[in-house]
Ligand binder design. Structure first.
Ligand SMILES: [Zn+2]
Length: 287
């Protein structure tokens, strides 16, 4: 099944597909093991920094090999790519299902022009495109402060502008901003579900993505899926699981130099987080 078919099914059956960022091999193994255990479709995604670390060709091979080995649907997405060139490079590789062109740092006309270019090339290769109009705040890390709601509100998606953006660019997925923010904070995130419902109403034929899924209460994620979200991005919670498990293992065995002897256990700490997310997203058993 293509990514478009998966998201169409998710919308119809009221579930979302987790789009999990891959920092390293342990996190990758954690994600695909969890998806296998839950018999769930899953999306793995790489941001520019993560692509830089792995190398584009290596990550493609990793995903293609895992599809065969784990025998579950593993969709591949380029996350937050800020240039047309990087999108084209990914689309030109075998294996990509989706690219996220993030032109939210550009003037709107420039964003639309570039997104349109990406869409034309992607669609010619059977790849779908996610567009972003409103700058999503935060960064995928643990923030030791509260969310600044007043600032966050300034970037909330305006449904009418979103409809115009989608019509002009032809993007398949739209990154909605409605209280979501990258990273975890001292206070909980509070999604504006009424706004999300309006965005979906303005974009009936476009898939909706929710970035900044980490640290969002499960009940809110479930409401967001009911309102039309079919892709939930998770990064920070995986980074935290990996980081904490690694620290714990090194603390227990400071003289162990064969680090891979406990890498699998670290991967399973990540898998536990992913399994929990899959349950919340309702994608278990859908593979
Ligand atoms: Zn994001």
């Amino acid at each position: 099944m293509t990514a478009r078919e998966w998201f169409t099914r998710a919308e119809k059956e009221n579930f979302a597909i987790g789009a999990f960022n891959v920092d390293n091999l342990e996190i990758f193994k954690g994600i695909v093991t969890a998806a296998k255990n839950k018999n769930s479709p899953v999306m793995v995604q790489f941001s520019p920094g993560e692509v830089g670390y792995f190398g584009l060709k290596n990550l493609v091979d990793l995903v293609i090999n895992a599809r065969e080995e784990y025998k579950i649907p593993i969709l591949l997405n380029l996350d937050h790519s800020r240039t047309v060139e990087d999108c084209r490079a990914a689309i030109s590789q075998p294996g990509f299902d989706d690219v996220h062109f993030d032109g939210s740092h550009l003037e709107i006309d420039e964003n639309i022009k570039n997104a349109k270019d990406v869409v034309a090339f992607a669609h010619s290769k059977g790849v779908i495109v996610e567009g972003e109009m409103d700058k999503l705040g935060g960064s995928s890390e643990v923030h030791e402060e509260e969310i600044d709601e007043a600032t966050l509100r300034q970037s909330y998606t305006d449904p009418k502008r979103a409809a115009k953006f989608v019509k002009e660019t032809g993007v398949d997925i739209f990154a909605a901003v409605c209280g979501n923010i990258h990273g975890t904070f001292l206070n909980q995130k509070d999604l504006d579900i009424a706004l999300l419902t309006q965005i979906k109403g303005a974009l009936p034929d476009t898939f909706l993505a929710l970035h900044g899924g980490s640290g969002t209460p499960a009940e809110q994620i479930k409401l967001a899926i009911k309102a039309g979200i079919v892709k939930v991005n998770i990064n920070t919670e995986l980074r935290v699981a990996y980081h904490d498990a690694l620290l714990e293992k090194l603390g227990e065995s400071p003289n162990e130099y064969k680090i891979y002897s406990f890498s699998n256990e670290i991967a399973m700490a990540v898998a536990a987080v992913v399994e929990n997310k899959i349950d919340v997203f309702g994608s278990a058993g859908k593979a």
